[in-house]
Design a binder for this molecule. Structure first.
Ligand SMILES: [Ca+2]
Length: 215
């Protein structure tokens, strides 16, 4: 899917800055923390009225694939969770990625409206997977070279909670460094995607996510 596509390294698609007025409007009704964004009990929706979707690198010339769907299960007490499966591999595009994305503001003309995350301190979710490394990322309009703030973790065979204060997010060594305090006001999407070194295929992947919250 090519919607608001980003790469794990330097893709060649330019972000389109959104107006601050649109950002302020989308942020106006944000609930106070802690807020449960998605529990996946009945659908792929979120408390922000946006919806989770599969994301891959095809729009950047890649060949990776992803599928996002509701399945039975989840951590204790859950009936359903989000399952993401696919393949992330190198062909002509050297920075393969695939996974799932949540637009944070309303999607207009295929692009999510940025919102202001200043009132939140971090993100938490439950995860289970194939033992591979994954990366959460926050796409911000304040960053023009795709070096978005991220955090790498491993999804193992047992459900575990990943709880990440925004202060623990980092950027790659390439690209312009932007403090989170300057990026958090214009965040358009949250991603959980495969993590691999440039030029390296991740191969088949599978993980499940549940109970995504901002605290
Ligand atoms: Ca659930």
């Amino acid at each position: 899917m090519g919607l608001f596509l980003v790469g794990s390294c330097r893709p060649h698609i330019k972000a389109t800055p959104k107006s601050s007025a649109a950002s302020a409007k989308a942020s106006a009704a944000l609930p106070a923390p802690p807020v449960e964004l998605s529990n996946f009990e009945s659908d792929l929706g979120s408390a922000l009225t946006t919806k989770w979707q599969a994301i891959d690198d095809k729009g950047a010339g890649g060949v990776s694939t992803a599928k996002a769907e509701l399945v039975a299960g989840g951590p204790s007490g859950s009936k359903r969770c989000l399952q993401v499966t696919g393949t992330a591999r190198v062909e002509s595009f050297p920075f393969p990625f695939a996974g799932a994305a949540l637009p944070l503001g309303p999607v207009v003309d295929g692009q999510p409206t940025p919102i202001d995350l200043s009132r939140y301190h971090g993100v938490s979710f439950w995860i289970k997977g194939d033992g591979k490394q994954y990366m959460l990322r926050f796409q911000s309009e304040a960053i023009s070279d795709f070096n978005f703030h991220h955090y790498v973790f491993t999804a193992g065979p047992e459900w575990k909670q990943v709880r990440v204060p925004f202060s623990e997010l980092s950027q790659f060594s390439w690209g312009t460094k932007v403090p989170w305090s300057a990026a958090r006001g214009q965040v358009s999407a949250f991603f959980i995607v495969t993590y691999g070194k440039p030029g390296e295929s991740v191969g088949n992947f599978a993980f499940q996510v549940d109970d995504v919250s901002f605290f």
